[in-house]
Design a binder for this molecule. Structure first.
Ligand code: 13P
Ligand code: SF4
Length: 378
């Protein structure tokens, strides 16, 4: 079956779905999914709502979802329940020219809501990064710096890394990727999440003073040439707001209340939080820690609330708390709901792929270089 990418609303408008009850939407999604079989793959990030996760062929962290997009031999269309950079990555990996030729066409990658972006990814634009690179290489020389981008970045930033001998990392493989990069050149420019870069750099034994922060709105990022020459990892001034809600005092309060509690956080949290935690991990590593924990153990988890609530429900034999006193949720992940999934899947079955994310071929080619290096390093 070939699908036509629709720029408008598809054959069936979204407004027809908005107010349908959840049980009807679920029933309809299930029926179409069954009919489409393995030709359709629904990928869902761990932060998605339960109503979405129930339909996922693969639920996982950014690395696992990318890996699936790169490998699935049967899929002819992907509905990506996550955020924009994830759908872009899936398009780059699933629609390599050789895979398109073998399949006889592109596999459209559908993002049920085009507004589902990532504010962290938006904190580094290509023009800012190019400007930074010009300034940096005047001081350091291009042969001495490897650009490394967290997967939470736009396709053109990944392409920039691909074009400059750089690489992509995720929260699950950032240490291996940084070791790979620092074995090749003296230093790394780490985009766009300062916290992930700093937390992993510290675990690798790199002192803070050798990880200066690059503020894109200041000349030389707010640094002097000497500190840049001394640097091992130059950290881009970006962050995830969702993970900045967790504070060291939240950990202190839990430890006071329950001396045996274990603190498990995502590496996008601040250094002060990560240093007080017992464990850090990607979203899937967090799932694994809890799955393997003994019954009766107590945990406070610092990551997006939908994942923490799901873990609480799935493990009633363990005592699980959300680390912050107030909820912190990823509002853009939350934009994907069952009405939008049903709208996307029914239009797909009717021959129209709505909200297709397609990366231009030149950007995709260069971004692939950096993504492929990441998949090989792990
Ligand atoms: P993971 O790769 O750990 O799933 O993280 C993605 C993300 O956006 C976390 O905020
Ligand atoms: Fe981006 Fe933060 Fe949402 Fe993850 S939780 S998708 S980093 S905004």
């Amino acid at each position: 079956m070939a699908w036509k990418a629709s720029e408008a609303t598809g054959k069936f408008p979204l407004s027809d779905y908005r107010f349908l009850p959840l049980d009807e939407l679920s029933r309809r999604v299930r029926v179409v999914k069954e009919r489409l079989g393995r030709s359709l793959v629904i990928l869902a990030h761990n932060y998605q709502r339960d109503e979405i996760v129930q339909f996922a062929d693969v639920q996982g962290d950014s690395y696992q979802l990318s890996q699936h997009a790169a490998q699935d031999p049967h899929c002819r269309a992907i509905i990506f329940c996550g955020v924009h950079f994830m759908a872009e990555t899936a398009d780059i990996l699933a629609n390599r020219p050789e895979r398109v030729a073998a399949r006889g066409g592109r596999a459209p990658v559908i993002l049920p809501d085009l507004e589902a972006g990532c504010s962290l990814a938006d904190m580094a634009t290509l023009s800012q990064v190019e400007d930074c690179w010009r300034q940096l290489t005047q001081v350091l020389g291009e042969e001495d710096v490897v650009p490394v981008t967290y997967i939470n970045s736009s396709a053109d930033i990944k392409a920039f890394c691909g074009a400059h001998d750089g690489i992509v990392c995720t929260s699950s493989n950032s240490r291996a990727v940084l070791e790979w990069a620092l074995a090749r050149k003296k230093r790394v420019l780490f985009l766009p999440d300062q916290h992930l870069g700093r937390n992993i750099g510290l675990r690798m034994g790199i002192p803070l003073q050798r990880m200066p922060l690059w503020n894109p709105s200041l000349p030389l990022g707010g640094n002097d040439p000497a500190s840049l020459r001394e640097a091992k990892i130059i950290l881009w001034k970006g962050h995830c707001c969702v993970h900045q809600a967790f504070k060291p005092e939240h950990i202190d309060a839990f430890r006071q209340r329950f001396p045996d509690i274990r603190i498990l956080v995502h590496p996008e949290c601040s250094m002060e939080v990560v240093q007080k935690a017992d464990y850090i991990g990607s979203t899937s590593q967090i799932v694994k820690y809890i799955r393997e924990a003994p019954a009766g153990s107590r945990w406070a988890i610092g990551t997006e609330v939908h994942l923490v609530n799901r873990l609480k429900n799935e493990h009633p034999d363990k005592e699980i708390y959300f680390l912050a006193p107030r909820i912190s949720m990823c509002a853009t992940m939350f934009r994907i709901n069952l009405a939008r999934l049903c709208w996307a899947i029914e239009n797909l079955e009717a021959g129209e792929a709505v909200n297709v994310i397609e990366v231009d071929p030149r950007t995709a080619e260069l971004a692939y270089v950096a993504l492929q290096r990441m998949l090989e390093v792990r």
